[in-house]
Design a binder for this molecule. Structure first.
Ligand SMILES: Cc1cn([C@H]2C[C@H](O)[C@@H](COP(=O)(O)OP(=O)(O)O[C@H]3O[C@H](C)C(=O)[C@H](O)[C@H]3O)O2)c(=O)[nH]c1=O
Length: 185
């Protein structure tokens, strides 16, 4: 399992090993032991799975506010997507900065998105499935969203009208967003 730091401290790209044979492949898609050996200690309590049928579907950019903030370990179970994380920790030297990574069934890559970061993605092909682990349970009263196109993210597809939920269509713009997260070094 390769665990690589991104330009945003705390956000990692993780690539599990795949053992191929004549049947296909086997991969340990998550190992608490490997994470702890890399100094990453997360207690995941909920797995999420969503299907986006159309290319150019955008889900995000979302967060859960304290006291139910979530760290997320994200991977693509089928298809491909551009996964994005934005630092929203007030006082952070990288506040407002973003990283993006193509996650696909083919490349097996994962993105570790800590609490204090927005998370969202754009699908790059039809019938794309995302699967992710969270360190806290769903708390709709703490659910928050920032407009996908207001954070300066360079999205991979020039989609005039992405497929969005009502919630994401109505999300606040980043410039007027008051983050509930503080940078703790
Ligand atoms: C997130 C969540 C949702 N739901 C229910 C609530 C709605 O009835 C339905 C769809 O929820 P929503 O439109 O918020 O789903 P997404 O737009 O995929 O939201 C997620 O997308 C981005 C990429 C994220 O990182 C978050 O996990 C999450 O915000 O599932 C649940 O029952 N449990 C949950 O944990």
């Amino acid at each position: 399992m390769d665990i690589a730091q991104t330009d945003l401290s705390g956000v990692h790209v993780i690539t599990p090993d795949r053992f191929g044979d004549h049947r296909g492949f086997f991969s340990e898609s998550y190992s608490k032991r490997a994470f702890e050996a890399a100094g990453l200690a997360y207690d995941f309590v909920q797995d999420n799975h969503s299907l986006s049928s159309q290319t150019g579907t955008v889900r995000g950019l979302h967060f859960q506010a304290p006291p139910h903030a979530q760290d997320k370990l994200v991977r693509c179970g089928k298809g491909s997507l551009f996964d994005v994380s934005v630092d929203i920790r007030k006082g952070s030297p990288t506040y407002g900065q973003w990283v993006g990574e193509i996650l696909s069934f083919e490349n097996g890559k994962q993105l570790l998105v800590p609490a204090g970061f927005l998370h969202g993605f754009m699908t790059l092909e039809p019938d794309t499935e995302i699967v992710y682990k969270c360190t806290d349970y769903y708390a709709p009263e703490c659910d928050g969203a920032v407009r996908w196109d207001s954070c300066g993210v360079t999205w991979p597809l020039d989609v005039a009208a992405p497929v969005l939920s009502e919630k994401d269509l109505a999300a606040q713009v980043f410039s007027s967003f008051d983050s509930p997260f503080e940078y703790k070094g």
